[in-house]
Design a protein around this ligand. Structure first.
Ligand SMILES: O=P(O)(O)OC[C@H]1O[C@H](OP(=O)(O)OP(=O)(O)O)[C@H](O)[C@@H]1O
Ligand SMILES: O=c1cc[nH]c(=O)[nH]1
Ligand SMILES: [Mg+2]
Length: 212
């Protein structure tokens, strides 16, 4: 698995405010979107393109445009929804599929409660969005789901990751095709005894949408 950790002061600046427990929900949502847009720049570095003939007012020239089928963006509900707008802003012609996953706060086991994806993802470039990679259980299940449906190019984008979550994805994705790329805004210190990222930002879904 290729891990990409872009080093940019604006990412660190926005992450600092996102982490701050005094940041209210509207500001948290705006920052999550802005961070996604910054990470999308790196995450889409290998987006598929093809030559495109145009004429400028001065001369004909060959540019590029996104290839078909267009990329598929998959936010992992709930918290991944907070990153969707930031990604769509850069890829407005992309399609969007949804995966709903919930982690049991006691056992840390994952349940998939919703799935609205094209049945056949073969030939698709897929971007899976989830702000938090903690134990890695949710993202590992999401990646397996996408691979089983034929996705042949997958990039996972997370705002924060724990080293334990990265190690788990590396273990579970070793030798699996297609190889997965992971783009992360920051790699934090560790998980605590409740499976929360330290220092982290708390529960991303609750901070975006409220405690339910
Ligand atoms: O790496 P893991 O240990 O699996 O933890 C990460 C998952 O936990 C959070 O989701 P949560 O289950 O809280 O659902 P929510 O987004 O609806 O709040 C987060 O958004 C990830 O999906
Ligand atoms: O720190 C964490 C871990 C899992 N899910 C979150 O929202 N935050
Ligand atoms: Mg949550």
């Amino acid at each position: 698995m290729r891990v990409v950790h872009p080093d940019h002061p604006l990412i660190d600046h926005k992450l600092t405010y996102l982490r701050d427990k005094r940041t209210d929900s509207p500001t948290f949502r705006r920052l999550a979107e802005e961070l996604m847009t910054l990470l999308a720049y790196e995450a889409t570095r290998d987006v598929r393109v093809e030559p495109f003939e145009i004429e400028t007012p001065v001369a004909p020239t060959t540019g590029i445009k996104l290839s078909n089928p267009k990329p598929l963006i998959v936010p992992i509900l709930r918290a991944g929804l907070g990153m969707l707008e930031g990604m769509v802003r850069l890829l407005p012609s992309a399609e969007v599929g949804f995966l709903g996953m919930q982690r049991d706060e006691e056992t840390l086991a994952i349940t998939t409660y919703a799935n609205r994806l094209p049945a056949d993802l073969s030939g698709r470039q897929v971007y899976a969005l989830d702000p938090m990679l903690a134990t890695g259980g949710s993202m590992a299940d999401a990646l397996r789901f996408l691979i089983e449906r034929g996705a042949d190019d997958i990039t996972a984008v997370c705002l924060l990751a724990a080293p334990e979550g990265i190690a788990r994805l590396e273990r579970e994705m070793a030798g699996v095709l297609p190889p997965v790329t992971l783009v992360v805004g920051a790699i934090d210190e560790q998980l605590n005894e409740h499976g929360y990222i330290v220092p982290g930002l708390g529960d991303a879904g609750d901070r975006l949408y409220g405690v339910v």
